[in-house]
Design a protein around this ligand. Structure first.
Ligand code: EPU
Length: 353
């Protein structure tokens, strides 16, 4: 294990922002992870664990240690006629796990195909897309307490203890920066469990006359939709959705519809992700933030080196060479204009460092 200094993180974040980390180290096994906790550079500095860097915006040099997680391995723990339980190390690429599942005909994560990022990031924000969420299949999360790294501080979180919500978990709240996720365990189905009611997915399948016979068919459809709408980070820097969607209650919706009768809105089970409201007790009607941003004239707009994607207004892009500050400034302008026009507050989904 080698510690590098003043390390450029440009190729380790999908926004392709160039900032330097005071220290940088890569871990490839659990024994290296344990060794990491003994290093003074780790003990005495602020720390960030990075997977694919697909949900982070660096706005300045990082005055601490960046640990690149390369813990690999996928293992079947239980297998019966109906279900399989799979353990996957956190440094695996999420889509490789999806492929592992669909190649074997398992159901449960095919709608989550092609989501950028590593397996360790999945429970952090309860990844979700096309009517599915990690929450539906997660069994448990194995983690290390970050400050001590002691074996006796290893903790298994049950699904309930993860407190998974819409793009949210205990690891973003109560236990923020306190646990490093080592592996996750999922329960998938061997029996057909088609989940194709998400409007855009359903329309795509109908339009292309695809009859879903296995989970791979769904996976391929989701990949095709994603490719048509979302920019490839290898071609143009981005982190997928920059903001979360907005959820309101019935009363608020009524008020908004009086002024904006064409405003799209989706109730639970109405062709959108079955996401619980982040505003507890206020209802769970999704108003797509992409629509709000588009109405403010941002879709496809470019300001210098940054801009808003022309096919999905929730996505901010780095046209090349932008700094994290430039991206953050654009995000702030978008938040202000949506606030001024709709009195709704956009909340970034991305982790801003
Ligand atoms: N819409 C617009 N303008 C746009 C795009 C969308 O008005 O430019 C409106 C349309 O009314 C559309 C609705 O927004 O029907 C929903 O659009 P879409 O299904 O593309 O999904 P989203 O709500 O914008 C969420 C996730 C995506 C995920 C899709 C598909 C969040 C923050 N984002 O976006 O996740 O792929 O659903 O399930 O919840 C990501 O997290 O990086 C990501 C891409």
């Amino acid at each position: 294990m080698k510690i590098l200094e003043k390390y450029d993180l440009k190729y380790l974040n999908t926004f392709a922002v160039s900032v330097r980390a005071k220290f940088f180290i890569q871990i490839e096994s659990e024994s290296e992870l344990k060794e990491l906790f003994t290093l003074p550079e780790f003990q005495q500095n602020k720390k960030i664990f990075l997977g694919s860097g697909s949900n982070v915006l660096f706005t300045k040099d990082f005055d601490g240690i960046v640990v690149l997680n390369k813990l690999k391995g996928i293992e079947i723990l239980e297998d019966n006629s109906e279900t399989v339980v799979i353990k996957c190390m956190s440094g695996e690429v999420w889509h490789d796990l999806v492929n592992f599942a669909v190649e074997r005909g398992y159901w449960g994560i095919e709608n989550l195909s092609f989501i950028p990022g590593t397996v360790g990031a999945a429970p952090m924000q309860n990844i979700g897309a096309y009517g599915a969420e990690l929450k539906n299949v997660l069994e448990s999360v194995e983690s290390f307490e970050i400050t001590t790294g002691k074996e006796n501080k290893k903790r298994i979180f049950s699904k309930e203890e993860c407190e998974l919500g819409y793009r949210d978990s205990v690891f973003k709240n109560k236990f923020k920066d306190q646990y490093f996720i080592v592996s996750i365990t999922l329960k998938l189905s061997k029996i057909e469990k088609k989940n194709i009611s998400y409007k855009i997915l359903q329309e795509y399948l109908e339009k292309n006359k695809i009859e879903v016979k296995n989970s791979k068919d769904v996976s391929e459809a989701v990949m095709a939709i994603r490719k048509s709408k979302l920019p490839d980070p290898n071609e143009i820097g981005n982190v997928g959705s920059f903001f979360k969607n907005i959820f309101v209650g019935k009363e608020k919706l009524k008020e908004l519809l009086k002024i904006y009768p064409t405003m799209p809105h989706f109730e639970e089970g109405e062709g959108t992700s079955p996401q619980p409201s982040p505003y507890k007790g206020e209802g769970a009607i999704k108003i797509p933030s992409a629509w709000l941003i588009e109405q403010c004239g941002w879709k496809g707009k470019r300001i210098g080196r940054v801009g808003v994607h022309d096919r999905q207004a929730l996505v901010i892009v780095n046209h090349g060479g932008a700094t994290g500050e430039e991206i953050k400034n654009l995000a702030e302008q978008i938040i202000t204009s949506v606030q001024d026009k709709f009195s709704l507050t956009l909340v970034p989904e991305v982790n801003i460092v």
